[in-house]
Design a protein around this ligand. Sequence first.
Ligand code: HAM
Length: 427
Amino acid sequence: MKLKVPRGTTDLLPEDTATWQYAERILKSLCESYNYKEIRTPLFEHTEVFQRGVGDTTDIVQKEMYEFKDRGGRSITLRPEGTAPVVRAYNEHKMYGAAVQPTKWYYFAEMYRYERPQQGRMRQFHQFGVEVLGSEDPSVDAEVIALAMTAYEKLGLKNIKLILNSLGDSESRKAHREALISHFTPHIDELCSDCQSRLENNPLRILDCKTDMHHPAMKTAPETLDFLNETSNAYFEKVKAYLDVMNIPYTIDPTLVRGLDYYNHTAFEIMSDAEGFGAITTLLGGGRYNGLTEQLGGPESPGIGFGMGLERLMMALESEEIPLPIDDSIDVYFIALGDDAQLETVKLMQSLRQKGLKVDKDYMGKKMKAQLKNANRLQARVVVIIGENELETGYVQVRTMSTGEQKEVSISELDSKLFQLMEEKQS
Ligand code: HAM
């Protein structure tokens, strides 16, 4: 059997990772501006974290988890999402007692979901996410959304759209739930077996059923906004007002309910409406999850966050043909001819690398002409040529590739001369 990556996973080769690293740099520096700190949680958790966190009746928990028993017989699950682990860590480290509140965290993490793979839907994928715990101020909701929108803007995306909804507090959600049960009960026999059990356990999940999505009753289903009580309405109005003052445009979609159980109040998604993006257009999803800390065994502490799919971000950058400032060039390529020249070259390279220049040489015993070709392929700015002659005289040849200009430089002055050339190139 030819060995290949498992279905739904992929290798990221250096031509891809250059873009990923660029995006990660932008996202990290944005988190610094908003004063979010990085958290890293384990790749796997006790299964209970997700059962209690994401919700027993969600597709993620019922159908998509990579769940197994470890050698000690414990039920372990590869992380399918980042919020439940972060909240578990928040409780475990008693962050609710920290002097400065709220706790503002971000993460980059691989996620695992046993889904049917297609473009933009993987079994291993990556998320950049943020979670804010400890505050129920609507300006936090707006800040989290602003961070997400600014991230796409900084990365150069133009065709993005923010979709916003409110699910309301527990009282509003309960009223909506009852309305859903009355609405779907007459259609129970026409719905799939999953939806039949959802009607009892979690009627909200009927709304994101992939099997019944075209059933006429879906279109006329009760919408969350009609069931918001006064407090929830006032909260939603404040979130919108904060978005307005930051000039962040949004579209209200009262059918947006999200696929995880922990949400209440603000729910949002960011979609790509770029042409040719593909069928799955959701780039990011998030919302408020007051009550999740308690569900995971901690004291009451409200939270909100989002998860941004990084594979989908890459697809969006590609479909909008965003030119990325990725510098693949190297500073100096050494061409060494002869054993003694190799020794001297290795010494000089080590010194330049320690000083921070990007330096390389040939390791394949190639002839001079082939080495020059490689220097071109690697987009070297400068080539240093050292042969027996150069070793004897103490002078090496330094060629600036853009102009073809070649000079003799004394080995003792090589470092400073190269740095000078690099500076000239920058200015
Ligand atoms: P989610 O909507 O399940 O939310 O995922 C967030 C984002 O992850 C999606 O919008 C999508 O870009 C990406 N994504 C999800 N599944 C896949 C997949 N199979 N392949 C590729 N990309 C995928 C959450 O995970 C929540 N934890 C977000 C959150 C954080 N809510 C509050 N805080």
